[in-house]
Design a protein around this ligand. Structure first.
Ligand code: NAD
Length: 269
């Protein structure tokens, strides 16, 4: 996700500092960005010169000192509270007092993460979608203390990088995953109950609802373990049986059928 965010910001003309734990990790990120830009060249969207200009605006580092003077810092590290708190504390020390600090977390409370910076009014959730260079949406999630100036600045930034912002409450799944994940879970219930075959459920939702990909094929793409984890978070946080994970989802995860990444999910790969 970090690579994608760096790429779209640099493509929009921002100078970007990309920080990771090692230079090897930075090089992997830069290689991914290079491949993504090459695909845009092949499609005729950008030129070779554009690619060089984008690359020239990206600087890789392992030192937070290089964040001095940035206008916005976006944390997109591993989804782990302790790791994120440590990173946000370091960002808070490194950037100036007027910089916005954002997190790309999918599941951790924005208000909780905001507590790791000294001035939480300038902290906000900025939830990108995968793959970042392709997907047009960014959810903005103010925490309890986020002020209007920070939200307005975040909206401007998201628009400047060519994405459309929507604003959602700090609640599990924010807006999009709150709706999407129970829909996929329901499709798995439908399969489990024998309402229709996997192929017919997906064809039904594609042709009947104009979804670009069926919910079961999408489940395989996301990863069944990730889906199970998210729907379980909803179930436990809202304490509402409408979010109970489909038993078939649990059973498939137990069997190691995790979707595309394991070679077997609702379809074989
Ligand atoms: N994958 C998705 O579809 C998706 C979508 C939206 C949001 N997110 C969120 O984006 C974040 C990143 O997800 P991802 O799938 O890109 O994860 P990932 O595991 O692919 O990448 C995480 C990156 O963070 C780096 N990292 C780990 N510890 C670090 C540290 N202490 N300091 C600096 N860098 C560190 C890793 O080296 C790696 O490059 C998570 O919060 C996730 O919830 C993911």
């Amino acid at each position: 996700m970090g690579n994608g965010i760096v790429q779209v910001a640099a493509q929009a003309g921002f100078d970007v500092v990309m920080l990771d734990v090692t230079m090897e990790a930075i090089d992997r990120g830069l290689a991914t960005i290079g491949k993504s830009l090459d695909r845009l060249i092949q499609k005729g969207t950008i030129s070779d010169d554009d690619k060089m200009a984008v690359r020239a605006r990206i600087r890789g580092t392992t030192s937070y000192e290089d964040f001095a003077g940035v206008s916005i810092a976006i944390e997109a590290a591993t989804e782990n509270l302790d790791i994120k708190v440590r990173i946000l504390e370091s960002i808070d020390q490194a950037v100036g007092e007027h910089a916005t600090i954002a997190t790309n977390t999918s599941s951790i409370s924005i208000t909780k993460l905001a507590a790791s910076v000294r001035n939480p009014i300038r902290f906000i959730g900025m939830h990108f979608f995968n793959p970042v260079p392709v997907m047009g949406l960014v959810e903005l999630i103010p925490g309890l203390q986020t002020n209007g100036l920070t939200l307005d600045g975040a909206k401007d930034f998201v628009s400047q990088i060519g994405k459309t912002p929507i604003v959602a409450k700090n609640s599990p799944g924010f807006a999009v995953n709150r709706i999407l994940v129970p829909m996929i879970n329901e499709a798995i219930f439908a399969l489990q109950e024998g309402l229709a075959s996997a192929e017919d459920i997906d064809t039904g939702m594609k042709l009947g609802c104009n979804q670009p990909i069926g919910p079961l094929a999408l489940a395989d793409l996301i990863g069944l373990d990730t889906l199970l984890q998210v729907i379980t978070v909803f179930y436990e946080n809202f304490n509402d049986p409408k979010y109970r994970p489909a038993p078939l989802l649990q059973e498939m995860v137990d069997a190691g059928y995790l979707g595309r990444k394991s070679g077997q999910g609702f379809y074989a790969y």
